[in-house]
Design a binder for this molecule. Sequence first.
Ligand SMILES: *Cc1c(COP(=O)(O)O)cnc(C)c1O
Length: 223
Amino acid sequence: MIKENIERVKERIVVSCAKVDADPDKIVIVCVTKGQQLKQISEVISLGYKDIGENRVQEAVIKHKALLTIDSGLSTIKWHMIGHLQSNKVKEAIKIFDLIHSVDSVGLAEEINKQAIKISKIQDVLLEVKTSEEETKFGFAPEEVKAASAEIYKLSNVNIKGLMTIAPFADNAQEARKYFSLLRRLRDKLNPEWLISMGMSDDFEVAIEEGANIIRLGRAIFN
Ligand SMILES: *Cc1c(COP(=O)(O)O)cnc(C)c1O
């Protein structure tokens, strides 16, 4: 089931990449395992997918520990924090996450820096951008990102790797295009080296067409 799902996803990635002349092997698939059991996580890992995304620190800590116990060789997994991160969870989060996609304030970056210094870690992060007007979403407004990134650059133990966004829910994936396009143009303007994390199960093809480097897939893989 999972194997067939991923194969289908891979085929769709190849088609989308062909449209825009992108290299499908360079698209990172983060397997979003929130709500999934260890069995499912082990299965994607055994298929060679080592980027694991979780949106809650507590759940991730438990799974991280359990997977290490099952097989210490699994330490090659890259853990991605994709959900909103509260300051009081930062200390736990930075012990396990390789990339935090959801830095949405300078204050949060400062807390990450403070805790990272304590454990001598350089924490890779993405800045989450609120590309739509939805009230419920976290993230910097597009016009805030430049100033915020300048502040965050000054932090010794936080390393900005790029930008992340979540498109609003829509019946038609094409509606996400304008938000993805906005994120890409912002990246091109601020730092062409930055990666962009955008696209989920319903809209990852559009995201790839708009230049995503990292896509985050839950249902497309596990349902
Ligand atoms: C759950 C989640 C995903 C994956 O969503 P699917 O629609 O299941 O692919 C991606 N990104 C974030 C931030 C999420 O919370």
